[in-house]
Design a protein. Structure first.
Length: 234
């Protein structure tokens, strides 16, 4: 992420440090999703533990970045673009921390799947959701890093796609439970995992919308896709 240049080299260094920390936190959040999905597919207890350990690190990142932003605001009194940059960072790290929480839910669902029989994990559709949300998160963080809003409407459309996939998975798993009660425990764990992925998509969409605010100075939360497109193109 390239915040505006300043005459103060120390100020620039502080902003660049924050930028680097957010990049690391974002990379870790993406890894958490991948590890959690691998745990779901493989039933690997080691991967579950890795996700739980990673969640602690993501929480630590949130606290460190929050403190760094607060210190900059207190000492530098930033205005205009600098202030929007820092506000965007505050909001972004909150969503990244929640991505970590959702990855933990997937890992715990994977842990549950190891201890009961029933239907085999119906992973193709859930894997598809994970592929889309990982791409959404990557694109949102790339937009943040490049300080560009052009791809934001595409990320928002992907979120609508994820919602459709989730509803399809939910209908399928509910059908399994109705037709064969023995599948209930397994299906419930899979629903938890699918819902967690759907929420990760929401957080990635949020981050992309913050980019529009940072770059264009416009709040595009809770507006139509057409309004987001218009704001991103201005």
């Amino acid at each position: 992420m390239q915040p505006p240049a300043h005459t103060s080299k120390d100020f620039d260094a502080e902003l660049q440090r924050i930028r680097a920390m957010v990049g690391e936190m974002g990379n870790m959040a993406g890894e958490q999703i991948r590890f959690a999905m691998d745990a779901l597919q493989q039933g690997d207890a080691g991967l579950v533990d890795r996700v739980l350990e990673g969640e602690v690190k993501i929480n630590r990142f949130e606290r460190q970045i929050d403190e760094a932003c607060t210190n900059v605001i207190a000492r530098r009194a930033p205005a205009a673009g600098d202030l929007r940059f820092l506000i965007t960072i505050y909001k972004t790290i909150t969503d990244l921390e929640r991505v970590g929480d959702e990855a933990k839910k997937i890992a715990l669902a994977a842990h549950g799947l190891r201890f009961h029989d029933g239907i085999g994990p119906d992973l193709p559709e859930i894997k598809l959701i994970s592929t889309v949300v990982i791409d959404m998160l990557r694109r949102a963080l790339d937009a943040l890093a490049r300080v560009e809003a052009q791809e934001v409407p595409d990320v928002v459309r992907q979120d609508e796609e994820v919602d459709d996939y989730f509803r399809a998975v939910l209908r399928q798993l509910l059908t399994y439970m109705i037709e064969d009660p023995r599948t209930i425990s397994t299906a419930l764990d899979l629903i938890v995992a699918a819902k967690a992925l759907e929420r990760i998509g929401d957080h990635a969409k949020n981050i992309s919308e913050y980019v529009v605010y940072m770059v264009k100075g416009k709040d595009v939360r809770h507006v139509s896709i057409e309004e987001i497109e218009a704001a991103a193109k201005e």
